[in-house]
Design a protein around this ligand. Structure first.
Ligand code: NAD
Ligand code: ZN
Ligand code: ZN
Length: 380
């Protein structure tokens, strides 16, 4: 649908002409569980890059013609939170009506109704701080993921607090999980074990340097992870699954398996393995070693989720989570990406490149994980 062309509204605004934009696992939550927040005319998309077309009078050094990647969270760069690097909690852009953190591009009323990047042009607020100016030497796909999934993966690994002697388990090998594997390898983490059930995602994780566990072949992933780590459990576990709002294939596998069991057993199997949206998180708590760290990149939305508090407390777990503070990580990541070799393998992540006009079909394909789809890049 056509929406009005964005224009400068505030002195710190810029308008960016989008050259590449991607679909994210977070967009899939809007596609199903969070759909009630969607309104007609909302422009989705929070992973985009392009060229600065127009700048307001107070956008600092940003210039027309700059090639930029735009972080998915909108932060001012100078408030109390921003000064502490907590850019996802920016107090200037917090969505107080919803009790949410910093505004996000393309994330409906829940995050400030800011028109997103799956569009030809985008108005970028706080452009004096947000956009990351990148070089011209590499393709869009080298830099695009700086907008979200690469810093998210990087932060997830940093929060897992694992080093050269340690084992990190990554649950969920979507784009975030895969880049977490790549980031962990790059950061020198001793051993990385990836868990998913989609064959091409397991294969990709292997290529990024992980040992892998196929969820659909395991009775109990947590037990298996402990077995693989001297009975103790991984030092860190990263949940890169989230609320699985996107028709998680595990549900259908579990339901199919459960249908072969007697009635009451089947119901409890479905309740715990399939329908439980906290399946991955509970696996993380069970698998991680005592005193280890659980890092949560996956997005959770429930307010009444029951948690295994007894186990969490008894094991003395450390827990870190939250939206990525994108700008906290972009300087170091930009440096890594600017090398001539693609050391993080970001250019091999996208499996599908399609025109923006075909976005609707691309969402459906990504959600259903059809046609080996791992990451979709849209070209306006
Ligand atoms: N914290 C942030 O700032 C931030 C930023 C971007 C994305 N995210 C979130 O990260 C999560 C992953 O994003 P993505 O783009 O990689 O999504 P994705 O949906 O493509 O990947 C999720 C993967 O998890 C697998 N999975 C489902 N249930 C599982 C289970 N129980 N155990 C192991 N694997 C399981 C799925 O098969 C899938 O491959 C989403 O929840 C997304 O919203 C968070
Ligand atoms: Zn995203
Ligand atoms: Zn701020």
């Amino acid at each position: 649908m056509d929406v009005p062309e964005p224009r400068i509204e505030e002195p710190t605004d810029a308008v960016v002409r989008v050259t590449s934009t991607a679909i994210c696992g977070s967009d899939l939550h809007l596609y199903s569980v969070l759909a009630p927040y969607l309104s007609k005319g909302d422009v989705l998309g929070h992973e985009f890059m392009g060229v600065v077309e127009e700048v307001g009078p107070e956008t600092g050094s940003l210039a027309v013609g700059d090639r930029v990647v735009v972080p998915f969270n909108i932060s001012c760069g100078r408030c109390w939170m921003c000064e502490r690097g907590l850019f996802a909690q920016c107090e200037t852009t917090q969505v107080t009506e919803q009790g949410s953190g910093a505004r996000l591009f393309g994330y409906t009323a829940l995050y400030g109704s800011v028109p997103g990047g799956q569009a030809e042009y985008v108005r970028v607020p706080h452009a004096d701080f947000g956009p990351v100016v990148v070089g011209r030497e590499h393709s869009d796909e080298r830099y695009l993921y700086l907008s979200d999934i690469l810093p998210t993966a990087w932060q997830g690994v940093a929060y897992a607090d694992v080093g050269e002697q340690d084992t990190l388990a990554v649950l969920g090998l979507g784009p975030v999980g895969l880049l977490a594997v790549a980031s962990a390898r790059h950061r020198g983490v001793g051993r990385v074990i990836g868990v998913d059930l989609v064959p091409e995602r397991l294969q990709a994780a292997r290529a990024y340097g992980a040992e892998v566990l196929d969820l659909s072949q395991e009775d109990d992933v947590a037990d298996r992870l402990r077995e693989m780590t001297d009975g103790r459990g991984p030092d860190g576990v990263l949940d890169a699954v989230g609320m699985e709002a996107h028709g998680n294939p595990l549900a259908s596998v579990a339901i199919k398996a459960a249908s072969r069991l007697p009635g009451p057993v089947a119901r409890s199997a479905i309740e715990t393995a399939g329908i439980d949206r906290l399946a991955a998180l509970h696996t993380a708590f069970r698998a991680v070693r005592r005193g280890g760290t659980v890092s949560i990149s996956g997005v959770y939305g429930g307010m009444a989720d029951p948690m295994p508090m007894m186990e969490m407390f008894d094991k003395g777990l450390r827990l870190r989570m939250g939206q990525c503070h994108v700008k906290q990580w972009t300087p170091e990541l930009h440096e890594v990406l600017s090398q001539s070799a693609d050391v993080l393998g970001v250019e091999s992540l996208a499996t599908h490149r399609v025109p923006l006009s075909e976005a609707a079909d691309a969402y459906a394909m990504f959600q259903a994980k059809q046609d080996g789809c791992i990451k979709v890049v849209l070209q306006p």
